[in-house]
Design a protein around this ligand. Structure first.
Ligand SMILES: *Cc1c(COP(=O)(O)O)cnc(C)c1O
Length: 521
């Protein structure tokens, strides 16, 4: 069983001692000094006082961070079945290539002719994503899933604006199973969010949808498969309803693990989709690095008189291939674009990472990823569905795609042991917990996703531990309240850890709130 190390590790700032150095910059060689002269930094560029950095020796820095890694848990330690987060193994080959200095040392303002290599990579990534999603154009610019959603919502807004309909197109429809970022993105783009409920099988309630679709519908955002891991069975009817009122269909493709190589948003009738490179295509996330949330669109004419198409509205830059010159070129946002959402091409490293992952697998490999992820989910569901205290709400007999949501509501009612206690019991046994209390439509939710990374043995061990927890809950329900005991940090106070009054995410804020010298744990 994996055990996290327990060190009473201070913060790096608390390790600091005045004058202690990690590195001593050598005196400039006198000959060089003669040539270069004394370097004078203009007064206006100088700080009044040095930055407040910790002063520590090199070995102390190494020990500090090594200890922290030993106190933590990641996908290199064991399964991280966080549903919806798609925490898969990050292949080392992709790491090697994405961090090659020939990529990391490039400057975005370099002449196109000197960066043909990276432009070729980005061009082919755009092409792969077009094929995977069944769309006509892809733009790599957005930096995360939610950022892609915002881009998509601004695109939807601009679409209606150019058509002179924005006055009445005020609403975006979002099902109640949606990821929280969906209503947030729609709202940030200035739309009113209209929620529709799911039926008992986990599909969108069609009658409820029909009741809200109308003149004011600007579009619909859905995740398919949904956050319940279920494929929306009435997607074609939904498409016709939304297109019937000239709304745009937005596809939240954060997790393509459940359909990749088998079904495509473009074929389902979606107009806009984003993809999380840092989920489906393996680049690390969740503290492991920045993301990338490209958006892809199915082209359609927006203003025939002025020859404006949906692709003209895309944000940021795209790479195009110039046949005549046989070279790749960067195409900037045109005059009808929704404009830049950040600098240049977004985050290049996760994009290269995802590209290597795609190339390393090829089309057959990508299909296998889907097959394995779906098989893992359904196998786990079979192992857990009859265990006392757990239920599978919404179509318990329907097959899941990339994830399954288990409810511990029954266990809570019968024993008082909650989904959070179950999660802590998993931590205690050296596993990572699933996503809990999401989606919001499932009480005491344990949202589990093994991806293609996990072996059958690990899935069985995981289910075995969940069974053991159920046994303990029904025999000694006070015990789970003491979990976790085997982790580097025991149970934290959820409210204190999140409340703006008590939360101290940086050292500076900590000092302001609590003063120096206190025990930070
Ligand atoms: C993760 C996720 C998002 C948001 O992606 P970020 O990169 O975290 O912004 C949106 N929708 C779904 C379904 C997700 O799982």
């Amino acid at each position: 069983m994996f055990r996290q190390a327990r060190w009473d590790e201070p913060l790096i700032f608390e390790l600091s001692r005045p004058g202690r150095r990690g590195f001593i910059v050598p005196e400039v060689n006198p000959t060089i000094k003669k040539v270069v002269g004394n370097i004078k930094i203009p007064a206006k560029l100088r700080r009044e006082k040095p930055p407040d950095l910790p002063e520590v020796s090199e070995v102390e820095v190494i020990r500090h961070y090594t200890r922290l890694t030993q106190m933590s848990y990641g996908v290199d330690n064991g399964p991280v079945p966080l549903g919806s987060c798609t925490m898969k193994y990050n292949p080392r080959i992709a790491f090697e290539i994405a961090f090659d200095p020939r990529i990391t040392m490039l400057h975005p303002l370099q002449d196109e002719r000197t960066v043909q290599g990276i432009l070729e990579i980005l061009y082919y990534l755009q092409e792969w994503l077009k094929h995977i999603t069944g769309m006509d154009y892809c733009c790599l610019h957005p930096a995360a899933g939610a950022h892609g959603e915002l881009a998509g919502m601004l695109l939807t807004r601009k679409y209606h604006e150019i058509k002179g309909q924005l006055e009445k197109k005020r609403e975006i429809i979002v099902p109640d199973s949606a990821h929280g970022t969906n209503p947030a993105s729609a709202s940030m783009a200035g739309f009113k969010v209209v929620e529709v409920p799911s039926d008992e099988n986990g599909n969108i309630d069609l009658e409820a949808l029909k009741a809200v679709v109308g003149e004011s519908t600007a579009g619909l955002m859905i995740t398919n498969p949904s956050t319940l891991g279920l494929f929306e069975e009435n997607i074609e009817e939904i498409r016709d309803l939304i297109h019937g009122v000239d709304g745009l269909l937005y596809y939240d493709g954060a997790n393509l693990n459940g359909i990749m190589g088998y079904a495509r948003p473009g074929d389902m009738g979606f107009d806009i989709a984003h993809i999380n490179i840092h989920k489906t295509f393996s680049s690390p996330h969740g503290g492991g690095g920045p993301g990338a949330g490209p958006i892809c669109i199915k082209d359609r004419v927006v203003d025939p008189d002025n020859d404006i198409w949906l692709h003209d509205l895309l944000p940021g830059y795209r790479v195009v291939y110039d046949k005549e010159e046989n070279m790749y070129r960067v195409e900037g946002p045109g005059k009808n674009s929704i404009g830049l959402l950040r600098t240049f091409f977004g985050n290049i490293i996760p994009l290269v990472w995802g590209y290597v992952y795609i190339l390393a697998l090829g089309p057959q490999g990508l299909r296998l990823v889907t097959e394995q992820a779906v098989l893992n989910t359904n196998y786990f569901m079979e192992l857990i569905k009859d265990v006392r205290g757990y239920t599978i709400p919404y179509g318990p007999n329907r097959r899941r795609k990339h994830e399954v949501v288990v409810s511990a509501e029954k266990m809570k009612e019968e024993t008082g042991v909650t989904a959070e206690d179950v999660a802590k019991g998993l931590l205690d046994a050296g596993f990572h917990a699933p996503t809990i209390y999401f989606p919001l439509i499932v009480r005491e939710a344990l949202m589990t996703e093994f991806t293609e990374s996990e072996t059958i043995e690990n899935i069985e061990k995981y289910a075995e531990r969940m069974k053991e927890i159920s046994c303990i809950a029904y025999t000694d329900p006070s015990k789970p309240k003491e979990w976790p005991r085997n982790t580097s940090v025991r149970r934290i106070d959820n409210v204190k850890a999140n409340h703006p009054k008590t939360l101290a995410p940086t050292w500076r804020i900590y000092l302001r709130k609590y003063g120096g010298g206190g025990n930070h744990v």
